[in-house]
Design a protein around this ligand. Structure first.
Ligand code: CA2
Length: 148
């Protein structure tokens, strides 16, 4: 059984505590539970992580590259949070490892502030899931299954 690696970036540990009108009221632990169910339904093991640190996310993408090359990883679903709009380092890590990566955002970033409209992740991603709320995580897991 292959693993789906789900990476969450800065401030997503605050999910469910503020801005419910934008991000809903579910916590990151709730999202992990939802992902467990979706992975079970799609035949994946789940590895679910969150970090507020850009370099940690880069290291995890490098680890993902090694695991995908070894045949144990199906791919990565990445909600890079605000680093989406700033991080050439994350772009380079995705390109450099050649991993199968789905970019995900809970909110519809294109309907929000102009500074959220550009993504450094999108040009390096295989697919993008935007604006479905936290259910987007389950949809992205099903999408990753369809890519195998
Ligand atoms: O919509 C998304 O998933 C985002 O990646 C969330 C990021 C934001 O910077 C991106 O533009 C879009 C922000 C995550 C922070 O989430 C919070 C949740 C509750 C309270 C405070 C922050």
């Amino acid at each position: 059984m292959k693993t789906a690696l789900i990476l969450n970036g800065p401030n997503l540990n605050l999910l469910g505590t503020r801005e419910p009108q934008v991000y809903g009221s579910q916590t990151l632990a709730d999202v992990q539970g939802l992902c467990e169910q979706a992975c079970l339904a799609n035949g994946f093991a789940l590895d679910f992580r969150q970090s507020n640190h850009e370099g940690v996310l880069v290291d995890w993408l490098h680890e993902a590259g090694r695991l995908q090359a070894a045949g144990t990883l199906a791919g990565v679903i990445l909600n890079a949070g605000a680093y989406t709009h700033t991080s050439i380092a994350l772009h380079d890590a995705i390109k450099g490892t050649g991993i199968t990566l789905i970019e995900l955002h809970i909110s519809n970033v294109h309907a929000r502030e102009a500074f959220r409209h550009y993504s450094y992740i999108s040009p390096a991603a295989k697919a993008v899931m935007v604006g479905f709320g936290v259910n987007g995580y389950a949809l992205a897991i099903a999408g990753l299954a369809g890519m195998q």
